[in-house]
Write a protein that binds this ligand. Structure first.
Ligand code: KIV
Length: 258
């Protein structure tokens, strides 16, 4: 079944949880899509898990388009979203519109995701939505703002910051986002936001009560050497790959390859 923004909104009304994951290449995307996930995000975390950068900040628009095109070729059913990378949407609403437009025209994704909720960003979101581009919001821990935040720390932990997050979430909803990703905030705050918003919330490190959950697939599969504490692994592929390569090496070196 092909997912659209309407499918995701209907899932919220039906209290059916949304399953979201990230992908960065064709092979992975094809496996994830066939496994029946609802949403695939070409997250700029690919800068860290696929390109070896220390943060997501160096990721370029060209890199995101390159990876999004590969993922697109593997996806037939899941709703496909791509991150706009750092500084590709902050300079002006026009810059954001041009770059988001390239994601839809060149990479064939269905939506873009932008981090943050300050008034300038809300204006930009409104501009994209008016142009017909579905936008997913992202609040809480904002990896593109890691230096301003002083690290990958939990957000919304005080009454003031929790109130600010609620205000930003409502402003983004008003501007037209179709869903909101909530990263590394207290579960009680995520539950409150989920109840107050009419759009679906997708959580990561935000408790079980969001309308859906997302994980970086490298963490989910146990490929990452140092996953964040809020990202559970459902397989241990790092160890399995190491074992498989050791067995292959032994076969090659012992000339016992079939
Ligand atoms: O870039 C990314 O992978 C994200 C995660 C929080 C899902 O935005």
């Amino acid at each position: 079944m092909v997912r659209t923004v309407l499918t995701l909104q209907t899932y919220k009304q039906q209290h059916r949880k949304i399953v979201a994951v990230t992908a960065w290449d064709y092979l992975l995307a094809e496996i994830l899509d066939q496994a029946g996930v609802d949403m695939i995000l070409v997250g700029d975390s690919l800068g860290m898990v696929a390109l070896g950068y220390e943060t997501t900040l160096p990721v370029t628009l060209a890199e995101m388009i390159h990876h999004a095109k590969a993922v697109r070729r593997g996806v037939t059913s899941a709703f496909l979203v791509v991150d706009l990378p750092f500084l590709s949407y902050h300079i002006s609403p026009e810059q954001a519109l041009q770059n988001a437009g390239r994601m839809l025209k060149e990479a064939g994704v269905q939506a873009v995701k932008l981090e943050g909720g300050n008034p300038a960003l809300v204006t930009t979101v409104g501009r994209l939505v008016q142009a017909g581009i579905p936008v997913m919001g992202h609040l809480g821990l904002l990896p593109q703002a890691v230096h301003r935040l002083g690290g990958y720390r939990q957000q919304g932990t005080t009454p003031d910051t929790a109130a600010q997050l609620l205000e930003q979430a409502l402003a983004l909803q008003e501007a037209g986002i179709f869903a909101l990703l909530l990263e590394h905030i207290p579960a009680a705050l995520a539950r409150d936001l989920t109840q107050k918003l009419t759009i679906p919330t997708i959580g990561i490190g935000a408790g079980a009560d969001c309308d859906g959950q997302i994980l970086v697939t490298a963490d989910l599969l146990g490929l990452t050497a140092h996953p964040p504490p809020f990202a559970p692994a459902y397989a241990n592929l790092r160890a399995q790959i190491t074992q498989a390569v050791a067995a292959y090496s032994q076969a090659v070196r012992g000339a016992t390859l079939p």
